[in-house]
Design a protein around this ligand. Structure first.
Ligand code: ZN
Length: 203
């Protein structure tokens, strides 16, 4: 499986990192070795001094597809989850400055936290999914899916022009404003429509 990630998909977050709001989705990938299942600890890596959390809505692909039209995209997923796209911001800034790919800063082991998946039909408000990230019990990110610049179906249409989507692939749909650093000893918890979806400590 692969992780397909969307960057700069919330205007307020693009602004906080001083990036332009994109005209088409910004995409990058993480390898399967980036997976960190929701309640395991995250070990702070030696190669960075500025690991940031980015809490995001996740979409799990349940059908094989290529060149999917937006109007059919809803047939390719039926579960939504919550996760963290851990980012080595110091490495990413260095790579961006040099115009190099972000993989080292985004695809390292443990960088893709995946919480529990729930059926879309079980959500209270599937057209405007609410989610939060708590750091040490304090809300640091708060998002609504309607604030995405590119919605889930548009992302599927766009990405599937370039890469075949396979069963089990997971899309990270981008993060709202409020990203920030983590430190050893921090506790992160994600809430999807108010329910705990993942919880992990930084070690
Ligand atoms: Zn992200």
């Amino acid at each position: 499986m692969k992780f397909i990630c969307i960057g700069r998909n919330y205007a307020e977050h693009a602004k906080e990192l001083k990036n332009a709001v994109p005209a088409e989705p910004v995409i990058f990938f993480k390898p399967d070795t980036a997976l960190l299942v929701g309640r395991q600890p995250f070990f702070y890596p030696a190669f960075s001094n500025d690991i940031h959390y980015e809490c995001e809505i996740l979409v799990k692909i349940n059908r094989l597809g290529k060149n999917i039209q937006k109007k059919f995209a809803h047939r390719y997923y039926d579960e939504i989850g919550l996760g963290i796209d851990f980012t080595a911001r110091d490495l990413q800034n260095e790579l961006k400055t040099k115009g190099l790919p972000w993989e080292k800063a985004k695809g390292f082991d443990g960088s893709a936290v995946v919480g529990e998946f729930v059926s879309i039909n079980s959500l209270k408000n599937k057209d405007n999914i609410e989610f939060q990230l708590l750091k040490n019990g304090v809300v640091v990110q708060s998002g609504y899916s309607k604030d995405m610049i590119f919605d889930i179906d548009s992302i599927i249409e766009y990405v599937s022009q370039f890469v075949t989507l396979k069963i089990g692939d997971i899309i990270f749909t981008g993060t709202p404003a409020g990203v920030g650093p983590v430190a050893v000893g921090d506790q992160l918890e994600g809430l999807l429509e108010g329910e705990s979806n993942f919880s992990l400590s930084i070690k």
